[in-house]
Each structure stands twice: as structure tokens, then as C-alpha cells.
Design a binder for this molecule. Structure first.
Ligand SMILES: N[C@@H](CCC(=O)N[C@@H](CS)C(=O)NCC(=O)O)C(=O)O
Length: 206
């Protein structure tokens, strides 16, 4: 049995749950991180010295880093185009995944932390505003991309859609004005229609 450690309130855990559900891979999830603790136990640290979630155990394969886990599940269990076999298509997907992790996630993180994890009296409007200013042009970029493509890496859903969809879920759930972007909105609606999105992309932020 695949064992996934991590709380569902984490965007990075949600990527793995969404992927496993998309691929129809059975797994057992154990709450860890945040209020659940666990991540500082010797047992956990031996498997993930970062003391972060998610952590995946699949027999002898023990992995941390959410996007790497998404790639692994796709490479091992994916059928069809989720983990593209053609190198050009695969690396088209890869770049969006790294972009989410290194560019988009840092841009939107403070907006989420301010509005969801910080009590109103301790919020800093300048920090929120900086996060909005950083991420909105990136959504414009995704909108422009999706004007030409049905999904992030072509006409089929691939591993590239997972991190961007989880990012969209986290940003779209914030009580902010969300400018209409017809292609992004239509793509996200297609994502939400997949049965695999249930129990993960329909969760309220916490
Ligand atoms: N780059 C890592 C980041 C992992 C990470 O920062 N996880 C956060 C939750 S999103 C965490 O474990 N926070 C501490 C905790 O939950 O106790 C990944 O993508 O897996």
C-alpha cells in the first residue's frame, strides 16, 4: 500500500492526493504536519529530514518534494499522457511544474498566509498587496498560454496541470477580487469536473 504522510490543508499534499486520484492509485493518507505534528519524530525525520509534508512511501521508494512525487506517480502508474513519453512534451510539462514551485508559489504564498493563517488584527495590508501584485501577472501569463492550449502542456491533462490547479485552488479561494480570465476559468472548470478533484480541490482553505 502506498503511504502518504501529510495534512490536506497543505497545497503540496493536495498535489499528491489529486495525482493519485487522477491515476486511480490506491493510497493510505496519514495526517502529519501543522497541528498534527509527527514530522519531528525520529521515524519521520529518518524518511524526510526536512520535517515537511508531503512524504510518500511506496515499498522501497521513499520520496519528499511534492512535484517529484507527482512525477514519480505519473512515471510509475500513469497511463496515457499524464506523464508524457515524448521528450518535448514531457519537458514542456516539466517547466510548468518547476515554474509553479519556484515562481508562482512564492508569489502567492503570503497572500494565502495573510488571509487564511493570520488573524485579522495581525495582518499587514502591504504584504498582502505585494503578493497580489506578484501573482496576478503570472495568472495573466497562464491565461495567455491557455488561450492556445486546452491544458498546461497540450490538449490533454498532464502532470503539469496538477501544481497549477492546486495553486489556482489556493489563490481562487482567497476573499479577493478575481479578475475574469476566460481561458484560465474554463481550464479550471474542466479540472474541477474531474472526479479526482473531489475531496481535494473542493476543500475550503485552512
Ligand atoms: N518544496 C516542498 C515544500 C514542502 C512544504 O513546505 N510543506 C509545508 C506544507 S505546504 C510543511 O510541511 N509545513 C510544515 C508543517 O506542515 O508542519 C514540497 O513541494 O514538497
Amino acid at each position: 500500500v502506498i503511504r502518504l504522510w501529510g495534512r490536506l490543508s497543505s497545497i503540496n499534499v493536495r498535489k499528491v492526493v489529486f495525482t493519485a486520484q487522477l491515476l486511480g492509485v490506491p493510497f493510505e493518507r496519514i495526517d502529519a504536519g501543522g497541528e498534527f505534528g509527527v514530522v519531528h519524530t525520529p521515524h519521520y525525520l529518518a524518511r524526510n529530514p526536512n520535517a515537511l509534508v508531503p512524504l510518500l512511501e511506496d515499498g522501497e521508494v521513499v520520496l519528499w518534494e511534492s512535484n517529484v512525487i507527482v512525477r514519480y506517480l505519473g512515471a510509475r502508474y500513469g497511463q496515457g499522457g499524464f506523464y508524457p513519453q515524448d521528450l518535448r512534451a514531457r519537458f514542456d510539462a516539466e517547466r510548468w511544474m518547476d515554474w509553479q514551485q519556484t515562481t508562482m508559489n512564492p508569489a502567492g504564498r503570503n497572500g494565502f498566509l495573510q488571509l487564511v493563517r493570520t488573524p485579522p488584527e495581525r495582518r499587514d495590508p502591504a504584504v498582502l498587496q505585494a503578493s497580489v501584485a506578484a501573482i496576478e501577472p503570472l495568472w495573466d501569463m497562464v491565461e495567455a498560454h491557455l488561450r492556445q492550449h486546452r491544458f498546461m502542456a497540450g490538449d490533454e491533462l498532464t502532470m503539469a496541470d496538477v501544481p497549477i490547479a492546486c495553486e489556482r485552488h489556493r489563490w481562487r479561494g482567497l476573499p479577493l477580487q478575481h479578475p475574469s480570465r476566460p481561458h484560465l476559468d474554463a481550464w479550471y472548470a474542466r479540472i474541477l469536473e474531474t472526479p479526482a478533484a473531489r475531496g481535494v480541490l473542493d476543500l475550503a482553505l485552512s
